[in-house]
Design a protein around this ligand. Sequence first.
Ligand code: GDP
Ligand code: MG
Length: 457
Amino acid sequence: AKRTTDKLRSPICAVLGHVDTGKTKLLDKIRRSHVQDGEAGGITQQIGATYIPTDEIERQTAKVKKGSKFEIKVPGLLVIDTPGHESFSNLRSRGSSLCNMAVLVVDIMHGIEPQTAESLEMLRKRKAPFVIALNKVDRLNGWIRTPNTPIQLALKKQKQPAIQDFETRLDHIKLQFAERGINTELYWKNKNIREYVNIVPTSAHTGEGVPDLLFLLVSLTQKMLAKALAYSEELECTVLEVKEVQGYGTTIDVILTNGTLREGDTIVLGGLEGPIVTTARSLLMPAPLKELRVKNAYVLHKEVRAAQGVKIAGKNLEKAVAGLPLYVAHTPEEEEVYKEEAERLLEDTLNAIKTVEKGVCVQASTLGSLEALLEFLRTEKIPVSAVNIGPVHRRDVTRCTIQLQRDPKYACILAFDVPVDADAKRYAAREGIRIFEADIIYHLEESFRKHMEEVKQ
Ligand code: GDP
Ligand code: MG
């Protein structure tokens, strides 16, 4: 396909990190500072993502780039908050360019926390470029607020206690990263962006460093990823989530990485019970930011160009699998090709997962969350005998009963972010299969560890 670096598409950035480090708040800050300024035509809340157009980036970063010859070449930034971030991992492993750059948010008061480490492992495995936002600087000892100011200016305003506190904590956190084999440096001191990961101190509350973060995301993606960002007519699209929406039935939230989606397109995607072919009946995007207070106010679009988050409504989407690509077929032949491709991708992915005879059964909501869970179980040395995606049904319990003979302590299902149907619950109780449900990996692990302690006694 035609690809040219003259015309770039918007880079996609994912925000990762431990819970409560301020991921959502940082995005809020970027959005709200805009709303407060009351300017028109700015940032829009997308499906699971926030789109920040270039003029808005220009405005928010003006003070950072003062004097530099920096020119923004991308049309905007699509920033994705984490709930869906697990979905990216298995895609990236197939070389997809869904997420171009990540922001790893670390609470400056807490340093590296368990999910920070988990995200870090994922980024390292995928060789994904990232920056570290060292958030909550406003909580430093004696911090003097200078709202929405570039971080170097904000630091110049500080008195000794805040500077001291900042430096002690920064050194400690740099050490924590170094212990994990990652060199880090404050971005304005960083002379080698391929060897050292950039740190941007930020406050999602008072906005110091937020302009720097935007500036960095744009300058790094332009510098390092121009090739990956070439706009192409060839469709690259990924299903992020499958969701019930009142008035629309089951819809899919997708991230359009490249190309154009049109209303009425014949779409092909992977399904729990075989590939799905259907018509994209409507392409929905939330109303612009200002009208967001009106809940569920979607605007219909005839066509959508990359990169964007879009909700697609159509028939037969109930069994769609999140974490897989979506194709548009223009001819019956293409439809067949894509059906095979969708089916093969799902099978390959599930088959590629190594299982053992004696181990727990694992079930997750998406391929991505399954992969995240398996990765975790691997590091914890918890063996896995079977995997599946989607809700837990009776047949999943049946499959697990074989563990009762092989090794009863593994006769359990770890259900990660998926519903367990009532029939499956009843049947499991009768057969003596334990089902542990959680939507946070650590909670699953806790329940399982407790169970292992109990069966030992
Ligand atoms: P997430 O779980 O990473 O999305 O974290 P949230 O954005 O929901 O923030 C978690 C909590 O930390 C909330 O109570 C926020 O108000 C608070 N918080 C987030 N960022 C900052 C910050 O920069 N400074 C301070 N003081 N609090 C923050
Ligand atoms: Mg959040």
